[in-house]
Design a protein around this ligand. Structure first.
Ligand code: URP
Ligand code: ZN
Ligand code: ZN
Length: 466
């Protein structure tokens, strides 16, 4: 059904104006100061009309870093595409980029098919993937070319997780050479795996087993070293790189220094690092395990550095690194050793509202920067723009009509994720998506899913980093 959004304040990464938006055939077809329903080629009963008076109209938000199907640390992430899509949409995210994370012995092409099959029929957001490269033997290299041809134009590498996901330097170099040749960007988890391994062993040997020791096992210098290493290889190969979940001043500085040298590096932050600090991992009764992620939560001083870098647009994106593991039955696998706590802080539903509440409402960033960091930059960097990431005629009708005056609290009871806790439980929420559309169809109204499970589409992407 065609959609008419009236009287909203349209906010993009560059603009702020009041207009009406008309959408037909899944795309935006008109944006004008006033579009009267009488001038349209349908009766009023054949058009979905949304009154956006007093509200913002944002482009659908894009989460560039999500895990849904994730075999990891001896278990599987708790969400599936149905729960994760609903969580994303309730929070205003209409497109997500999931990490395909195979094990070292899996065939890359099989992994690509597996991850696609997990989304088909269950996704109600649009989605695409970053393809993790956890091994790069000659034998598998052609498969990655084929995956790029199938529309996955970004790789993911792990410099962390020794013995599980991390890549040797020999293979890292070869991946980056191929990425450069194909025009594919390399996203990277930057932490030195061997240093972490040594520190973990020494902490455990000293009887330091609780979640509060996760942070000390991987301090900022470990991440800064990883960023420096990635950027050195980018400098040598000419590959374009993107540092995921960049958590601290030292790591941001390494990326900016590399950019200053001419390295094509983009920086991602994720919502948990903007609002939590290391003290959360020390909560009593093993509650700290809820706040174990990698890189770990940092000293509070880093939060201002990250927000300021977002404001100056040195940091391009804010994602989530949604990696949902239950407190009971999963996080508690690490009761005797923090190294066995599955890493992740689920945030898919909360991201945009956290950024609005803590970023915009508290004056850290403006609305344009919020849109840029939570939507437009991800679209530009990963080849989704201008179809996604902005509001313009011809673009997909992914719209978020957002009520900035809504007041509530974050809570598990409002959450669509299957995970059994909400890391933001009880926090004040300022603002909420009133209406969320994906390609012109309303999927969410005021926190309720009203859409169609399985309507989400795989979005193939061309390489854009040639
Ligand atoms: O803690 C995290 N980040 N969990 C998910 C895996 C990853 O490193 O992205
Ligand atoms: Zn990671
Ligand atoms: Zn991740």
């Amino acid at each position: 059904m065609p959609l008419l959004v009236q009287n909203g304040r349209i906010i993009t990464a560059t603009d702020d104006y009041v207009a009406d938006i008309y959408c037909a055939g899944e795309t935006v077809t008109r944006i004008e100061p006033r579009i009267s329903s009488e001038t349209l080629p349908h009766g009023p009963e054949e058009i979905e009309i949304v009154d956006a008076s007093g509200k913002y109209v944002f482009p659908g938000f894009i989460d560039p870093h999500v895990h849904i199907y994730l075999p990891f640390m001896g278990t599987y992430a708790a969400d599936d595409y149905e729960s994760a899509s609903k969580a994303a949409l309730a929070g205003g995210t209409t497109t997500l980029i999931e990490m395909i994370c195979p094990g070292p012995n899996d065939e890359p092409m099989d992994a690509f098919q597996t991850w696609r099959s997990k989304a088909e029929g269950l996704a109600s957001v649009d989605y695409t993937f970053h393809m993790s490269v956890v091994g790069f033997e000659e034998r598998v290299r052609e498969q990655f070319r084929h995956i790029v041809e199938q529309g996955v134009s970004s790789f993911k590498v792990f410099l962390a997780y020794k013995g599980a996901l991390n890549l040797s330097d020999e293979h890292l170099f070869a991946v980056m050479k191929m990425a450069r040749e194909l025009g594919v960007i390399v996203t990277a988890h930057c932490e030195n795996a061997d240093a972490i391994d040594a520190m973990q062993k020494s902490l455990l040997a000293d009887g330091k087993t609780g979640p509060e020791w996760h942070g000390p096992s991987r301090p900022p210098v470990v991440e800064a070293d990883g960023v420096h290493h990635l950027c050195s290889f980018a400098e040598l190969t000419g590959a374009h790189v993107y540092t995921v979940h960049t958590s601290c001043d030292a790591a941001v500085r390494q990326a900016l220094a590399a950019r200053h040298r001419g390295v094509n590096v983009w920086i991602e932050s994720v919502a948990p690092h903007l609002v939590f600090d290391e003290s959360s991992a020390s909560l009593p009764n093993f509650e700290g395990a809820k706040y174990v992620m990698s890189p770990p939560l940092r000293h509070k001083a880093n939060q201002d550095v990250l927000w300021n870098a977002i404001r100056s647009r040195s940091i391009s994106t804010i994602g989530t690194d949604h990696a949902p593991f239950n407190f009971r039955g999963q996080k508690d696998m690490g009761k005797s050793a923090f190294t066995m706590i599955p890493n992740g802080i689920p945030t898919l539903q909360e991201r945009v509202d956290i950024v609005h509440t803590r970023g915009v409402s508290e004056g850290r960033i403006d609305l344009q920067t919020m849109v840029d960091a939570c939507s437009t930059q991800a679209a530009r960097i990963f080849g989704l723009h201008p179809r996604k990431g902005t509001i313009q005629v011809g673009g997909d009708a992914d719209l978020v009509v957002y009520d900035p005056h809504y007041r509530g609290t974050f809570s598990l009871k409002n959450s669509f994720s299957k995970v059994d806790y909400n890391a933001y439980e009880g926090w004040e929420q300022k603002g909420r998506a009133s209406v969320v559309t994906v390609r012109g169809e309303v999927q969410v109204r005021d926190g309720e899913f009203v859409g169609t499970v399985g309507r989400g589409r795989f979005i193939g992407r061309e390489p854009t980093h040639g």
